[in-house]
Design a protein around this ligand. Structure first.
Ligand SMILES: CC(C)(COP(=O)(O)OP(=O)(O)OC[C@H]1O[C@@H](n2cnc3c(N)ncnc32)[C@H](O)[C@@H]1OP(=O)(O)O)[C@@H](O)C(=O)NCCC(=O)NCCSC(=O)C[C@H](O)C(=O)O
Ligand SMILES: [Mg+2]
Length: 289
């Protein structure tokens, strides 16, 4: 069975300039917190946002949550200074926006040369240009710090001139291709944000769509979205009962050495055993907190 990554069901963004949100994020049940220096921060506040993010990481108090800082792009006046500062910040990850090619990953890798090995590089998938290069970008995980993709459906909608409807029809091929590229190279992947943060039914439906498409979790913009997101991306009791039945079925003496058996009237193969073991391991990690 492949290594089970830590749970990343919910990844909450907040503008690094928002002191109230920063304090609140330390108390919220999100698996990941992303301090944003990019689109949620106006140009005149970029330096203050960077300083606030660095101070927040240094102060700590985020507990078991994974802590990332989203930098400005290297093609902006702030990107190089952001990456140089984040490299030494003690954050778990730097999230870089608008990655469009493998060369963009190389440039970020070089800009992070002073960082400890533990700093991960996460990439936003949100440009039209990256579509034909998704596989080559994900393949950079073999030679760089790259470990996770985050979909940016707002920027994609802007670039494609597509509409962000509840069904997300225009984006579904992109979402599938990004998941497949990520999985081919062992990169984790989070779905994009749902802007309608007061409509929890709409949010839940979008999160369920993300689960269906294979995402590990979803990026969020508001505390309201965390609990439903964690619920959607946690294995359900029914899924766990089925997984345990599959594991028990393969453990029976009469099934030793078999590649395909029947469990509760359904055919299951060794690949289903692997899926079942993974699901139980994920549930155990979540329960461990
Ligand atoms: C969208 C918001 C501006 C709404 O904020 P607000 O009006 O303050 O909402 P509420 O009054 O309902 O807030 C209730 C309390 O919760 C706190 N809060 C709100 N949002 C957050 C948050 N993200 N993290 C932590 N805490 C939060 C408020 O402070 C209130 O606290 P209290 O009074 O003590 O109860 C706001 O939610 C917001 O700014 N959200 C994040 C925006 C953001 O970071 N955007 C950038 C990332 S999205 C993106 O760019 C995706 C991608 O790149 C793409 O292209 O798609
Ligand atoms: Mg974006």
């Amino acid at each position: 069975m492949s290594k089970i990554e830590r749970p990343r069901r919910s990844a909450l963004y907040l503008p690094a300039t928002n002191a109230k949100a920063l304090a609140k994020a330390r108390t919220l049940p999100a698996d990941v917190v992303i301090l944003d220096l990019e689109d949620a921060v106006a140009p005149e506040h970029k330096e203050a946002a960077r300083a606030a993010a660095l101070a927040a990481v240094a102060e700590g108090g985020f507990g078991r949550r994974e802590l990332a800082i989203r930098a400005n792009g290297l093609d902006t006046p702030w990107g190089a200074d952001d990456l140089a500062a984040i490299a030494l910040s003690g954050a778990d990850a730097v999230l870089v926006p608008k990655v469009s090619s493998p060369a963009d990953i190389d440039a970020c890798q070089a800009a992070l040369s002073a960082a400890p090995d533990s700093l991960q590089l996460w990439a936003m998938i949100e440009t039209c240009a990256c579509l034909p290069q998704l596989d080559a970008i994900a393949a950079k995980a073999r030679s760089t710090r790259l470990s996770l993709f985050v979909m940016g459906t707002n920027d994609l909608a802007k670039e494609m001139r597509a509409r962000l409807t509840p069904e997300r029809t225009p984006f579904l091929p992109f979402l599938s291709l990004a998941v497949a590229a990520a999985r081919a190279h062992g990169v984790a992947i989070l779905d994009g944000v749902c802007n309608e943060f007061r409509d929890i039914d709409l949010f839940r439906a979008e999160a369920e769509q993300g689960l269906l498409y294979g995402f590990d979790g979803k990026s969020l913009i508001h505390p309201n979205q965390i609990d439903p997101c964690n619920a959607v991306f946690s294995p359900s009791e029914d899924e766990l009962a089925w997984a345990r039945a599959v594991i028990a079925g393969f453990a029976l003496p009469e099934n030793q050495g078999k590649g395909a058996i029947q469990v509760e009237g359904k055919m299951v193969e060794l690949l289903h055993l692997e899926q079942a073991q993974r699901l139980v391991a994920v549930a155990e990690q979540i329960a461990a907190g």
